[in-house]
Design a protein around this ligand. Structure first.
Ligand code: DAH
Length: 347
């Protein structure tokens, strides 16, 4: 009985040796382990005979059973190591470690952001401080305090997006004039860059665009200060020979008011380039970049400043407009299409 028991166990080892190589996955291998070493497996089956042996045979049989268990375990474990090594190599198949790495493509700043940054840089250089405010604004800051009472016809100049009866998406950055003066005493010299919104959309208008507002209030501020500041500003922003022109206009919050033109950046104010009419200024020699004027006394009264002691100027610039002129972009829509071929030219 002992002899056949021992032979049976040797047979198990041989069979396992023969079959381990056929296990081609960890799943196959686990099935094989259960078959040989599981609770109801082949080794456990052989052990039934051990229990029936007499005391003279048991020690030898028990010793052999232990050896076979160790041998089977070792056979299966070594196959597991082989399979794991193979699958790691499979993952590396086709991988060439000598290839150069792929660099992350560097992004670039949007031209509107660039223009905004440059404008802010020049104006802070002239002594203005940057302030910010909410894009969702109340009626009073956006209109009423700026001398546009309800039903004032000037409200029609701006196609307003209403959030509710008294809350709007700011139609311009001018409410920052109000917010600044409500929270500070004169003198103030601030600029407010940001997004503004209007119910307007065609090839030359987008529902969202960017402005920069400037406000300077002190004693004895005059229109000459406004003109001098703007001249210094556009000369730094565009070129040292850029000229400024004021065109009489109307804004409810400034008096007098003017449209702000600069000499054309393409033709230098000539109106033509190499004999052909200038396509940027349409032959006029001038291009508009914003509005400006002297702060209306009514605005001072609304914010609690005394128009008898202080005066001030304000201006508002269209940032997309500036960016188009600075970078020679002919179509406003390019700013909003996010075509990488366009954007990456600004890196
Ligand atoms: N807020 C005006 C607009 O959006 C632009 C403007 C005009 C701003 C005159 C000013 C100003 O500060 O003085 O159309």
């Amino acid at each position: 009985m002992l002899k056949s028991f021992l032979e049976g166990l040797d047979g198990l080892t041989l069979e396992c040796e023969a079959r381990r190589g056929q296990a081609c996955s960890l799943k196959d291998l686990e099935a094989l382990r259960v078959e040989f070493l599981g609770r109801k497996g082949k080794l456990a089956g052989a052990m039934v005979a051990l229990a029936q042996m007499g005391p003279e045979d048991k020690p030898a049989a028990g010793k052999k059973a232990n050896e076979v268990k160790t041998a089977l375990t070792a056979l299966l474990e070594s196959r597991q190591a082989e399979l794991e090594a193979e699958s790691a190599q499979g993952a590396l198949a086709g991988f060439d470690p000598s290839l150069p790495g792929r660099r992350p493509a560097p992004g670039s700043l949007h031209p509107v952001t660039l223009a905004m940054q440059e404008i802010c840089e020049v104006l802070t250089g002239l002594g203005f401080e940057v302030v910010a405010g909410p894009e969702v604004e109340n009626d009073w800051n956006n209109f009423e305090a700026l001398n546009m009472p309800p039903d004032h016809p000037a409200r029609d100049m701006q196609d307003t997006l209403y959030v509710s009866e008294n809350i709007v998406l700011r139609t311009h950055t001018s409410p920052l004039q109000v917010r600044t003066m409500m929270s500070r005493k004169p003198p103030v010299a601030v600029i407010a860059p940001g997004k503004v919104y209007r119910r307007d959309s065609d090839i030359t208008h987008t529902p969202m665009f960017h402005q920069i507002e400037a406000l300077l209030v002190d004693t004895n501020v005059s229109m000459a200060d406004l003109r001098g500041t703007l001249t210094a500003f556009v000369r730094q922003l565009f070129s040292p020979d850029t000229k400024v022109r004021f065109r009489p206009s109307f804004f409810p919050f400034t008096e007098p008011s003017a449209e702000l033109d600069i000499s054309c950046v393409l033709c230098g104010g000539e109106g033509h380039v190499a004999g052909a009419p200038c396509r940027v200024c349409k032959r006029t020699g001038w291009v508009e970049i914003g509005g400006c004027g002297m702060v209306d006394p009514n605005v001072f009264r609304q914010v609690g400043y005394d128009p008898e002691t202080v005066t001030g100027f304000a201006f508002g610039l269209g940032v997309e407009r500036v960016a188009m002129l600075k970078y020679g972009i002919g179509d406003l829509r390019m700013f909003f299409e996010n075509d990488v071929r366009f954007l990456e030219q600004f890196s």
